[in-house]
Design a binder for this molecule. Structure first.
Ligand SMILES: [Zn+2]
Length: 144
């Protein structure tokens, strides 16, 4: 099972085996920068988000969150658990809305956490508020 990870430095799209990434840090094949992949979920910037949306071979799920947001933090383990189970069908990612307000502005994020599902680079659905794991999996299964 692999996922696509965009390098924060050179923006190369890396194919990373999730099994391998669980035990060792994933490294960019081009510039050797450590990739921001944590338990199957990658951190994106505004730039790497657009790059991923243009190039992903499968649907992309983005969790828009912030450090100060309690519900976002509570949702993080659930999101990671979903990434472990559904990593073959989706690319799981998150955007820190405080660090990248331009991303949250261009997608008109009103409240966090907000989850957006993109297919072929286009938004197909969004959901605000945290969900328990079974509900999240059920929600995502529609967009495989
Ligand atoms: Zn790189």
């Amino acid at each position: 099972m692999n996922t696509l990870v965009v390098c924060p430095k050179c923006e190369k799209l890396n194919r990373v085996a999730l099994e391998k990434a669980a035990s060792a840090a994933a490294i960019c094949g081009s510039c050797k920068t450590e990739l921001p992949l944590h338990d199957g979920v990658q951190d994106l910037s505004s730039n790497t988000l657009s790059k991923l949306l243009r190039n992903s071979d499968r649907p992309v799920v983005v969790d828009f969150w912030a450090e100060w947001c309690g519900p976002c933090k509570a949702f993080a383990p659930t999101y990671k658990a979903a990434a472990q189970e559904l990593g073959a069908d989706f690319v799981f990612s998150k955007v820190n809305t405080e660090k990248f307000p331009d991303a949250s502005q261009s997608f008109q994020i009103r409240g966090i956490p907000t989850l957006i599902v993109f297919k072929n680079g286009k938004e197909v659905d969004r959901q605000s508020g945290a969900m328990p794991l079974p509900m999240l999996k059920e929600y995502l299964s529609r967009w495989k």
